[in-house]
Design a protein around this ligand. Structure first.
Ligand SMILES: *[C@@H]1O[C@H](CO)[C@@H](O)[C@H](O)[C@H]1NC(C)=O
Ligand SMILES: *[C@@H]1O[C@H](CO)[C@@H](O)[C@H](O)[C@H]1NC(C)=O
Length: 287
């Protein structure tokens, strides 16, 4: 398993994956949707589907988390060619950041221009309820601040610049489009904007950690998304992200509530339909 923990890929390896996909389907998606924890059913909505198991695509990592399927699904959503990642890769699975983000550069090489990324997250902001959706306006890259940034290492200029800007990570136009759609669909009561914070996981946060994140200005916390967003911005993709709030983090020593993965999957199921309708509408309006 020497190759399992390699810290970088060559340009040729990304290209081999891209060329394999281009040879195995004539679909040319403009948009990729990363389906987070339990949101994988979105891919079922695609029309005229072609799918590939991760294990069949050269160099693709394999997903090891329950609730994450491990397929790329190509097809049309709202008349637009899309590709859905059903199952993503996490740092806590033991993968280096280069592996977590491997697919993003492959999507770039097959011509994708926009990334829509979704995740399940714990609500820190006390005005969020379980089942709410938070549109990501910015992030706190705690894993990156502690040295785990996917762009660490030699920079390949064919993908992007050495020191990429992150103050515009989440596309403002897509964000305001999403807010408009939320209004139109009468979803405003459960759709918010906020700051997403990523921790490495796999442990959920301690009470002290939640209080710290709250102080730092995080509205939701999870274990994914930011590495993919960074690599996507580096190679010039537009990014839109959202979090489904699947639980409220514990910030009070008097409580007996405990974070658990079951609650997360349960909430995902309850809100799946609204979320699908929302993303379908958004995709229809992305230019
Ligand atoms: C929008 O939602 C509110 C509160 O949930 C409800 O009272 C109202 O009738 C809804 N409006 C439409 C147009 O669906
Ligand atoms: C929490 O979310 C609400 C609703 O989106 C927002 O108005 C508020 O500023 C947030 N609170 C904090 C402390 O960030």
């Amino acid at each position: 398993m020497a190759s399992a923990n390699r810290c970088s890929y060559t340009f040729e390896e990304y290209k081999e994956s891209a060329e394999w996909l281009l040879a195995h389907t004539d679909k040319r998606p403009e948009l990729v949707i990363i389906c987070g924890s339990g949101l994988g059913t979105l891919a079922e909505q695609l029309e005229d589907k072609t799918s590939f198991k991760y294990q069949d695509i050269p160099h693709f990592p394999l997903s090891t988390v329950p609730g994450h399927e491990g397929r790329l699904v190509f097809g049309k959503l709202s008349g637009k060619q899309c590709v859905c990642m059903q199952g993503r890769f996490h740092f806590y699975e033991g993968y280096p950041m280069s592996k977590v983000t491997f697919p993003i550069r492959v999507f770039h090489l097959i011509g994708v221009k926009t990334l829509i990324v979704t995740n399940a997250a714990g609500g820190i902001n006390r005005s969020f309820n379980v089942g709410d959706i938070m549109l990501i306006k910015d992030h706190l890259n705690i894993a990156g601040l502690s040295g785990q940034n996917p762009l660490c290492g030699q920079n390949d200029e064919r993908f992007g610049v050495r020191f990429p800007c992150m103050s515009d990570a989440y596309d403002k136009q897509l964000l305001s489009l999403a807010l408009e759609i939320a209004k139109e669909m009468n979803y405003s009561s459960f759709i918010h904007q906020g700051v997403y914070c990523m921790l490495a996981g796999p442990t959920y946060e301690t009470i002290a950690e939640c209080c710290m994140l709250n102080t730092l200005g995080a509205d939701a916390v999870g274990m994914s998304t930011i590495p993919e967003v960074i690599v996507a911005r580096h190679c010039g993709l537009r990014v839109f992200g959202l979090s489904l709030i699947t639980n409220k983090v514990v910030m009070d020593y008097g409580t007996h509530e405990k974070a658990n993965h079951e609650e997360v999957l349960q909430t995902c199921k309850l809100r799946a339909k609204d979320l699908q309708a929302f993303i379908t509408k958004l995709v229809s309006k992305v230019d």
